[in-house]
Ligand binder design. Structure first.
Ligand code: 8Y4
Length: 281
């Protein structure tokens, strides 16, 4: 499984998913880096990128909107100001795949011009012009499921059958993408752990991830430090490392091809052990 294409700078890009890949999280909002409120700078962000790449990430996910429950809504200008210069700076320094975590067509476009390689949309291209813009830019897209909006999603998550309903939604978005001209080979699916789901829903999706993996589309999973880990362990966000690594390993065992994580080195170690088992006779 691999995705080969050119980005808007004309560079040949290859997302090789023959083995599971690590997407390192770089969230460039003031409440990010999980040391909330602390001063952040472009230099600090670039050092973080360098470290994640050395530790084994192949994709760096850059976001300027906090999608945590009850996070403030960011304006287009704020998002552009946070994301585009950082995409440019990372592009200048590193030859990694750059993913842009956004839902806005203008952020997609400006980021793509600055050298982004992948669109990671927690709203699955449902915002105005997002679908058309993604098709035009020709970049791979991760389509994620969310129930409700970041502001309201954890108020009352409700499903008859979470696996079926997430699958139905993703199938509808796949259909919309294909109709808009996004090639089938550019689609990545994500069940959206933590986005309008109870802890039980999240674990049902994790347990049944093979259902999505069997679709033939690559599956991305993000559970790093999330409340599904915290709830089981009864631990705050800074004590969720081993739980997060374990969750990433379970996701990969159930067919995930990309794991979105904060702790790249530790996750890479776990996946090396998994790979060693896969490779043996
Ligand atoms: C601590 C740290 C607690 C982080 C919560 C969080 C996903 C995603 C996010 C995901 C894809 C987050 C942008 C939420 N999660 N994109 N983005 N999949 N594709 N919360 O699961 O990390 S942000």
């Amino acid at each position: 499984m691999q995705i080969a294409y050119k980005n808007l700078l004309g560079s040949d890009r290859l997302l090789d998913l023959s083995t599971p890949q690590i997407m390192g999280i770089l969230n460039f909002t003031p409440d990010s880096f999980s040391d909330s409120g602390r001063f952040f700078s472009r230099d600090k962000a670039l050092r973080q990128v360098e470290k994640m790449l050395q530790e084994g990430a192949t994709i760096i996910d850059i976001g300027g909107e906090s999608t945590r429950p009850n996070a403030p809504v960011v304006t287009l200008e704020q998002e552009l100001d946070r994301v585009v210069p950082l995409v440019e700076a990372v592009r200048q320094r590193f030859d990694c795949l750059i993913s842009v975590d956004s839902s806005k067509a203008d952020v997609f476009r400006q980021s793509a011009k600055a050298g982004a390689d992948l669109l990671n949309d927690v709203r699955a291209l449902t915002e105005p012009l997002a679908l058309e813009t993604a098709a035009e830019l020709g970049l791979p897209v991760c389509l994620m499921h969310m129930q409700g909006s970041p502001q309201t999603m954890q108020q009352r998550p409700d499903y008859d059958d979470v696996v079926e309903e997430v699958a139905d939604f993703l199938n509808q978005r796949i259909f919309a993408c294909l109709n808009a001209g996004v090639p089938q080979s550019h689609l990545i699916l994500d069940v959206g752990l933590g986005f309008g789901k109870t802890v039980e829903h999240n674990f049902q999706l994790l347990k049944n991830l093979h259902h999505f993996a069997q679709s033939g589309y690559p599956v991305l999973v993000g559970l790093s430090r999330k409340s599904m880990i915290g709830a089981v362990l009864d631990k705050p966000v800074e004590q969720r490392l081993i739980g997060s690594v374990t969750g990433a390993l379970l996701a990969v065992q159930n067919g995930a091809k990309i794991v979105r994580v904060h702790d790249v080195g530790e996750t890479a170690d776990a996946l090396k052990i998994w790979q060693a088992m896969q490779n043996c006779e």
